[in-house]
Design a protein around this ligand. Structure first.
Ligand code: TXA
Ligand code: MG
Length: 351
């Protein structure tokens, strides 16, 4: 299949919207930018189109898709009831990087919800995503537009790398703004549960909802494996190996100068080192890939997936990353980094 590249530059998106609408209405697949990461979209009410998404990504079919809508009123037909908590969250955070889970209506096919009785819905704020979603009359199912297991795409070039020849079109809207996927909150239970951390933090959710619990399987202790966890994560996608570069990755914590000294002494030219700009000059060995600035935590989230992809591109055989907890109050960046490391997290004295 030849993949069309549609460049969304300037304010006039009408031509692109028409073309994408045509593809979506005929059951095809189009990747598009959102404020979090690029999504791979298709008609979310068409079970055949949903199946095509799983095939293009090599994604396991029990891993449900998020439905994307262009207007708050489009939520109602997809769920059994728009609850009071859903209203509160919409008012506070939509359009934006928050996904809500609610019991689904019969309009949502099992292929889209991965066989679950619930559905995930989000209204993105990215102007290109918003224009595309407003131009069609159906919700668009869109997982991140990467091959299953690879880091989510934050640039059109990442989508091209993974999806060229596998989908109908890619809308190039430049680099995304946030760089990690949306926060997911499950509203189908009595007490809301955080299923995936993101730009909208626990504190922000609690400020609107009051009590919020965290799925125990997504905590840092669970990922590092220091605590015995019963049961799989409630968001099926959180159980899969994710974001992982080809080479083994270890996160090293401790005094930054000591960390830089120790990693430099172990590194050779096939070793990638993931460090914030402020610390890069302390390294005397390895290939340092800078990961944004500690003084601007948003720059770290934005750089993370690109840097993980670069580790493969430079042919790294070993990867070390600094512990970024101090620049990650909501825990969303470390959640991804810990998963990319398969839970490998050590103190510099143990390295
Ligand atoms: O920021 C984002 O959310 C991006 C952009 C494209 O919107 N999308 C995204 O989709 O990250 P994806 O498919 O890569 O991740 C969706 C996650 C998966 O972990 C999936 O298991 C979970 O949401 N999920 C979807 N529906 C669910 C449901 N009904 N119950 C529990 N988890 C669900
Ligand atoms: Mg994904």
């Amino acid at each position: 299949m030849k993949t069309e590249i549609l460049r969304a530059s300037g304010n006039d998106l009408s031509g692109i919207c028409l073309r994408v609408k045509e593809i979506w209405e005929s059951g095809g697949l189009v990747a598009f930018p959102t404020e979090t990461v690029y999504g791979l979209g298709a008609d979310g009410l068409d079970s055949t189109a949903s199946r095509r998404i799983y095939a293009a990504k090599n994604r396991p079919s029990d891993n449900p898709l998020i439905l994307h809508i262009g207007d708050q009123k489009d939520l109602e037909p997809l769920v059994q009831r728009v609850t009071e908590n859903a209203e509160k969250l919409m008012d506070a955070f939509w359009p934006g990087p928050l996904t809500m889970i609610l019991p689904k209506s019969s309009a949502v096919p099992d292929e889209t919800s991965g066989g679950l009785p619930t559905v995930a819905v989000r209204m993105p704020s990215h102007p290109v995503a918003n224009a595309l979603l407003k131009s069609v009359s159906v919700p668009i199912a869109a997982p991140s537009a990467n091959l299953s297991g690879r880091p989510s795409p934050t640039k059109a070039a990442h989508v091209i790398e993974d999806m060229n020849g596998r989908i109908d079109a890619i809308v190039d809207g430049g680099d995304v703004g946030i760089g990690i996927e949306s926060t997911i909150v499950d509203l189908s239970q009595e007490v809301p549960v955080l299923l995936r951390p993101g730009f909208i933090t626990m504190d922000m959710l609690a400020g609107v909802l009051g009590e919020v619990q965290v799925d125990p399987a997504i905590t840092r202790e669970a990922i590092i494996g220091h605590r015995t966890i019963t049961g799989a994560p409630k968001a099926p996608g959180m159980k899969y190996r994710h974001y992982a570069p080809k080479a083994p990755l270890t996160i090293v914590t401790g005094d930054p100068a000591r960390v830089a000294e120790r990693i430099s002494s172990l590194a050779d030219d096939r070793t990638a080192v993931l460090a914030p700009e402020e610390h890069a000059a302390m390294y005397t060995g390895g290939q340092v890939l800078t990961l944004g600035r500690l003084s601007e935590p948003e720059s770290i989230a934005k750089a993370l997936f690109d840097v993980l992809r670069k580790c493969d591109a430079i042919g790294a055989r070993r990867i070390y990353a600094e512990d970024l907890t101090s620049a990650d109050p909501g825990g969303a960046v470390m959640n991804r980094l810990l998963k990319a490391a398969g839970g490998s997290f050590v103190n510099v004295n143990e390295l």
